[in-house]
Design a protein around this ligand. Structure first.
Ligand code: NAX
Length: 329
C-alpha cells in the first residue's frame, strides 16, 4: 500500500468543501490504492456541523479513507499536510463585489500562510479557493515564504471549465472537443477567457465560431459574470462546480495534462507575459503529473486580448496595493 496522502481542507463545513471532501475521500483524486488522511479545519462555531460530516464520512466506509481529523486549530489541520486546499473564507453574497471581500478575508490568509510554513510537509502544494483567491494566495505565500513560490496556486479552473462549456455549447460539440483554453489574470469579472488561442476539434475556435461579435460581447462577459449569474439565480455562490474545479486542478497536477492541451491556474508570476513578479496571475499551464505546473509560453494575444489582459492585470496590481500591509517584504 502506498504512503498516505495528508490533505488539509479549510472551511470544511462549508458548501464548497462539502462536495470536495467526499470526492477526495473516495479515492477519485489520488487513486484507489492511495490512502487519504483528511485534516479538516473550521471555525469553532462550525465544529458541530463538522462533527456531523465526520460521521457521514465514517458511514461511507471508503476503503481509501485512512483517518479524518477535525479541528479548529490550524496547527493541527496543517501538520504534515501534503496538500492544503484553502476554501475557508466568507463567500460573496447578493450584491457584494468580489473586491469587497479583500480586506475581510485577507487576515485569514496571513495566519494560514505562517502556519503552513511551520507545519506542512516539505512537499506541500497549496490551492487557494476562498475569495478573492488570487490575492488571498498572494497574502498566504508572502507570509509563508519558506514554502517555494511555485507551490502556491489560486483556482481559475472553475472559470476554465465554464469557458470550455460555453464554447462547446455554441459550437454544438462535446466539451472534450474544446482544448487550449486559458483564463488569463484574476478569478473575477475582469478575467480574460481567451477564445483566440482556444481550439475546437483541433481547429482555431475562431474558425469554428466565426461570429466574432458573439465571442467578444457575449462569450467573454458571460464567463466573467458567471459567478454572479449563479448567485442571482440561486442566491448562493457556486458550490459543487467550484469543488469540481479544485478536484480537476489537483488531478491535473497528479496525473498530468494531455499532450497538445493545457489548462488554467493562477501562479506566482516570475515575470511571464510581462506580469510583474509576485502577482498571482492566471496563466495557461501544463503538468507532467509530478505536482508541478509549467506556464505555457509564447502565446500571442490580439489587440482585443491585450486590452483585456491589461485590465485584469491592473486589477490584480490594485488588489495587491490594497493589502500591502499584509505582505511582509
Ligand atoms: P460557506 O460559507 O458555505 O463556507 C465557508 C466556510 O469557511 C464556513 O463554514 C466558515 O465557517 C469557514 N471559515 C471561515 N473562516 C474560516 C477560517 N479562518 N478557518 C477555517 N474555516 C473558516 O462558503 P462556500 O460557498 O463554501 O465558499 C467558500 C469560499 O469559496 C468563498 O470564499 C467563496 O467566495 C469561494 N469560491 C471560490 C470560487 C473560485 O472559483 N475560486 C468559486 C466558488 C466560491 O464562490
Amino acid at each position: 500500500m502506498a504512503q498516505a496522502v495528508r490533505v488539509a481542507v479549510t472551511g470544511a463545513a462549508g458548501r464548497v468543501a462539502n462536495s470536495l471532501i467526499v470526492r477526495i475521500a473516495s479515492g477519485e483524486v489520488f487513486g484507489p490504492d492511495v490512502p487519504v488522511i483528511l485534516q479538516l479545519l473550521e471555525l469553532p462555531v462550525a465544529m458541530k456541523t463538522l462533527e456531523g460530516i465526520l460521521y457521514e464520512l465514517q458511514d461511507c466506509a471508503f476503503p481509501t479513507l485512512q483517518d479524518v481529523i477535525i479541528t479548529d486549530d490550524a496547527n493541527r489541520a496543517f501538520e504534515g499536510c501534503n496538500w492544503a486546499i484553502l476554501v475557508g473564507a466568507a463567500p460573496r453574497g447578493p450584491g457584494e463585489q468580489r473586491s469587497d471581500l479583500i480586506r475581510k478575508n485577507g487576515p485569514i490568509f496571513v495566519e494560514q500562510g505562517r502556519v503552513l510554513a511551520r507545519r506542512a510537509a516539505s512537499d506541500v502544494r497549496i490551492l487557494v479557493v476562498g475569495n478573492p483567491c488570487n490575492t488571498n494566495c498572494l497574502i498566504a505565500w508572502r507570509n509563508g515564504r519558506d514554502i517555494p513560490a511555485e507551490r502556491w496556486h489560486a483556482m481559475t479552473r472553475l472559470d476554465h471549465n465554464r469557458a470550455v462549456y460555453a464554447l462547446a455549447a455554441k459550437a454544438n460539440v462535446p466539451v472534450t472537443a474544446v482544448t487550449c483554453m486559458t483564463i488569463w489574470g484574476n478569478h473575477s469579472n475582469t478575467q480574460y477567457p481567451d477564445f483566440t488561442n482556444a481550439r475546437i476539434n483541433g481547429r482555431p475556435a475562431t474558425e469554428v465560431i466565426t461570429d466574432r461579435q458573439w465571442l467578444e460581447t457575449v462569450f467573454v462577459p458571460q464567463c466573467q459574470e458567471r459567478g454572479k449569474f449563479i448567485i442571482d439565480t440561486t442566491k448562493v455562490s457556486s458550490s459543487f462546480s467550484a469543488a469540481n474545479g479544485a478536484i480537476d486542478h489537483i488531478k491535473s497536477l497528479v496525473r498530468g495534462t494531455p499532450s497538445g492541451d493545457w489548462t488554467s491556474a493562477a501562479l506566482v508570476s516570475r515575470g511571464e507575459y510581462g506580469v510583474p513578479e509576485g502577482i498571482v496571475f492566471g496563466y495557461p499551464v501544463t503538468s507532467r503529473g509530478d505536482g508541478c505546473w509549467q506556464i505555457v509560453e509564447g502565446l500571442k494575444l490580439d489587440e482585443f486580448g491585450q486590452q483585456k489582459f491589461q485590465i485584469t492585470l491592473q486589477e490584480l496590481i490594485k488588489e495587491r496595493d490594497v493589502v500591502q500591509d499584509l505582505l511582509p517584504s
